[in-house]
Design a protein around this ligand. Structure first.
Ligand code: NAD
Length: 256
């Protein structure tokens, strides 16, 4: 059975990738696409409607799952709609605050919800590698450097925050401060993790985790070559999610 998906943020960078990939996949069909700023043009042959029409379109086209890459305020609104309408919800929007996370939790009482700040397989592997490295080298200083295109709105990236979470988990909760960039008189304190956000050009996404002792440095690095890798992960998640009970799910559970 083909999974019927609805795409929000359809004219954004990720929305276009999701639609472009979905139209090539026999296991997925795009039954609706909406955008806050539809320009009248179809994306890969899929008509894009105004975001205000989403509720009516959901009722009419009966998607199994909404795939959302937008902005936190929009994700919150769409998660609520998905919960109310009984539609599973996959979102990759980053920069959600605690209240917006809470809205996803509420939706998850009615429908399956999967949120991931990075849908690439390589990043999942990087996270595991970072946890291992920090456990092996507990005294080493850790810094995270992320680089994204000039249009990215939130900083640090959701992925960088996830990587710092992995560092803290590997340190058994012995957490220092997260220091976001440094300027002026700013010596390093014990256990702190520096997080540095570079915004430049058209970079899809790069994350480097540096572990440094006095005499050596270990650098673990991931570079996303193309946004298709995120879109593919989101579509795999959408397909998997349609058979689940209501609740919150992690990307690591997909395919298990
Ligand atoms: P983009 O700016 O190119 O597109 C965002 C889309 O959301 C646009 O269509 C825009 O009109 C829409 N939008 C923005 N604010 C809205 C609002 N208030 N109401 C309705 N629609 C709204 O951004 P992008 O590069 O496609 O990224 C979108 C999100 O996905 C960001 O949060 C980004 O960090 C995240 N992202 C996640 C992953 C991942 O793997 N999880 C990968 C890439 C990007």
């Amino acid at each position: 059975m083909s999974v019927r998906i609805g795409v929000t943020g359809a004219t954004g960078r990720m929305g276009r990738e999701v639609i472009g990939l979905a139209v090539d996949r026999p296991d997925v069909s795009v039954v609706l696409a909406v955008s806050r700023d539809p320009d009248g043009e179809a994306v890969d042959g899929v008509e894009v409607s105004p975001a205000e029409d989403l509720e009516a379109l959901v009722e009419d086209r009966e998607p199994h799952v909404l795939v959302d890459f937008t902005a936190p305020e929009a994700t919150e609104e769409y998660a609520t709609l998905a919960g109310d309408r009984g539609v599973a919800f996959v979102s990759g929007t980053t920069g959600l605050d605690a209240s917006q996370e809470g809205t996803l939790d509420e939706a998850a009482e009615s429908v399956p919800v999967l949120h991931a700040s990075n849908f690439s397989r390589g990043i999942a592997t990087l996270r595991a590698a970072v946890a291992d490295a920090v456990a092996e080298l507990p005294a080493y200083d850790v810094e995270v450097i992320e680089t994204h295109h000039r249009g990215k709105r939130d900083a640090p990236s959701g992925t960088a925050s996830d990587l710092v979470d992995a560092v803290e988990e590997a340190r058994d909760g012995r957490t220092g401060d997260r220091v976001h960039g440094r300027s002026g008189h700013a010596p390093r304190s014990e256990g702190e993790v520096g997080v540095h956000s570079v915004r430049a050009g058209a970079v899809t996404g790069e994350h480097v985790v540096v572990l440094a002792g006095n005499d050596e440095q270990l650098r673990l690095e991931h570079r996303a070559g193309d946004r298709r890798t995120f879109a593919a992960g989101a579509l795999d998640a959408a397909e998997w999610l349609t058979d689940r009970d209501p609740g919150r799910y992690d990307l690591g559970e997909v395919g298990r």
